[in-house]
Design a protein around this ligand. Sequence first.
Ligand SMILES: Nc1nc2c(ncn2[C@@H]2O[C@H](COP(=O)(O)OP(=O)(O)OP(=O)(O)O)[C@@H](O)[C@H]2O)c(=O)[nH]1
Ligand SMILES: [Mg+2]
Length: 370
Amino acid sequence: MAGVEDIDDETRADRLEKVKECNTELLISIAKLCKRTDRTYPEVVFLLGTPGSGKSAMVNTIVKALCGKFYSKAVTGKGHASTKTLTLQSFVQCGLKEDDLEPVEKDILNEGLSKLPTVIDASGKGDEDSEKIKEILRVYFGGFVPPGTSIQCIEQLQEDNGIGSLQELLECSDENKVTKVVFVTSCKQSFPEKLLESLHSVLQEYDNRSGKPKYPVDVFVVITKYDLVKDQHIYEARDKEEEYITEECFQKFEAEVAKHFSIEGAIENNSIRWVSYVDGHGSDNPHIDNIALRFVEKMMQPRRGHDYGKPSKKPEENVPLVPMSKILKFQAKKKITEVSREMDWKCGFIFALVVVLLAVFYRLLTKDLA
Ligand SMILES: Nc1nc2c(ncn2[C@@H]2O[C@H](COP(=O)(O)OP(=O)(O)OP(=O)(O)O)[C@@H](O)[C@H]2O)c(=O)[nH]1
Ligand SMILES: [Mg+2]
């Protein structure tokens, strides 16, 4: 029996070593992505999810994985006012300061630090699909809310001035414009369908002039609290037994997520099973770091159909899809065709009437003569 345990321990130690090596490779890959000469701006990654889904815990986990030491930079908790995120928090360079980095991580990352993504964490939104929430999403994604702003203040501004007023009142800043949206959903909560509907409908909006999407972002989905699935021992969660869900239950949830995101059959590439460092976990687990590092690497990939970082803001790139002169010419042509078609119809009718009248007249004349 002791022998079996020895082998198990050895295998476990081997696996751990491999995960650690993989983590170093991921750090190197992230550093390379930072240094790319075609990366003009850092990505801006917005974490969107309902309250308690685990967004702030994600931020702290990303910080730990990148710098090698746990710092509680984002406030996390069970939904009390003191532990909820109340402001829009912008974690520039993934929340890392040069002095936070442990020696190994410093060696690898130091030079590229300024090109690490900015991660935006805001208070969770309830599961609703309304004009109110859509407008809030628009100002978040469009870079209209400065970091540190109280979310309650934005909602009050909307209430006082009416829905639709926010973009007129707030200033837009290019560096806060979102490039990636991460839909964060906990496998311990029901799936927030309505919030997803709001997101989809905002992302479908396009600019009338250029025909381009107003918010050209990539969307990812993260399913948090995977450690609370039974038998996921590698994450060393120490929650109460009743907190756990079965693997079957998790897979059902994952399938539901895939259906909502239309990614059935491609769930592994498009959704991430996430575990965060939270109270009750150890403070150093290479398996947890691995999830976070793979996530950061993914966030730094070029956007589908775009260059690295933000799209260029050169005015010539925002040319209208169809020039106004062409639209006017087309409309004029259409009007002329319509008018001439109407004229043709009227002329035809008059001609037919004249023919009929002539025929009747001729008939009468010939009848009289006969
Ligand atoms: N077991 C476990 N608990 C987690 C995980 N992520 C978050 N939690 C717990 O879930 C609760 C909520 O986490 P937060 O990160 O504060 O959630 P949030 O999405 O930021 O919530 P709001 O700021 O209210 O929107 C906290 O008690 C965390 O400890 C996880 O991966 N595993
Ligand atoms: Mg939070």
